[in-house]
Design a protein around this ligand. Structure first.
Ligand SMILES: [Zn+2]
Length: 265
């Protein structure tokens, strides 16, 4: 459980099913007291933690919620009574880089045990949830880019800096350090609409820390630092790049209409 997990979703966000092996299985309650608080398990459940050498499940971080989905044995037994693990929360442990899948077995009495360690398991990400998260996350970048462009062209104050962001359904926002006047909402909406209508492609790059520092609009996101010194960067149509560890839409038309609902101080 201390081994680094290969986050496959960082290289290819379109893999929704993946076969790997089971590395460990343990009740959440048996984990070190420092690790258990990473999770908020649903009440009155007996959650387990599963790990594998690689995962397609996005871990919570960078403002994006974790994926949900299922993990099952890759070769089901004919009886049909194989354990079905419903993944509810996914978290990364620092500094090991181990990615932990928290979930419950359905039904709860048929569970994977240590005997199944080393067997092949199949991961299935819940696709509608992932697609929604990717679209919301990409919309956050588009909004950030729109504000950046308006700041450069003098419509918004020149000293605006990107702050943190949330891409949670029903609670999505981007924060800027500086003051955006309330009247600017229309101009921001217009710029966002233009960017989406232009249907820019969203590309992932792995850059050196130096290159990322020079070319990116905003600062480093801890989740973006991948293998070695490389930084994972998302680029919106060559117009703006951000260090980012999340999943994204492939092109901006996939977002549909992005509505700027309000500006708060
Ligand atoms: Zn991103």
């Amino acid at each position: 459980m201390d081994q680094k997990t290969d986050p496959l979703y960082q290289k290819d966000g379109d893999i929704y099913s993946h076969t790997t092996t089971l590395t460990s299985i343990a009740p959440l309650s048996s984990l070190p007291p420092t690790v258990q608080p990473l999770f908020k398990p649903p009440p009155n459940t007996s959650p387990y933690i599963l790990t594998s050498p690689s995962t397609i499940f996005h871990t919570q971080g960078g403002g994006q919620p974790s994926d949900i989905g299922g993990i099952t044995l890759a070769s089901p037994t004919p009886s049909g009574s194989d354990p079905k693990f419903a993944v509810a929360q996914v978290r990364k442990v620092f500094p090991s880089g181990a990615i932990l899948h928290l979930g419950t077995f359905e039904p709860p009495e048929i569970v994977l045990t240590e005997q199944e360690i080393g067997l092949e398991v199949r991961q299935d990400v819940d696709v509608p949830t992932r697609v929604l998260h990717s679209r919301l996350h990409t919309a956050g970048h588009v909004l950030g880019l729109a504000i950046h462009q308006l700041s450069r062209s003098g419509v918004l104050p020149a000293d605006l800096k990107d702050g943190k962001a949330s891409h949670y359904p029903g609670a999505a926002f981007v924060e800027n350090i500086g003051l955006i006047p309330g009247e600017a909402k229309g101009a921001i909406q217009e710029r966002v609409d233009e960017l989406v209508a232009q249907d820019h492609t969203v590309n992932i790059h792995f850059w050196s820390a130096k290159e990322a520092e020079e070319k990116c609009i905003s600062g480093m996101d801890g989740a973006a630092v991948a293998e070695g010194e490389e930084v994972r960067v998302v680029d919106i149509g060559g117009l703006g790049s951000y260090p980012c560890g999340g999943t994204h839409a492939g092109r901006l038309k996939e977002l549909g209409r992005v509505v700027v609902r309000g500006i708060k101080r």
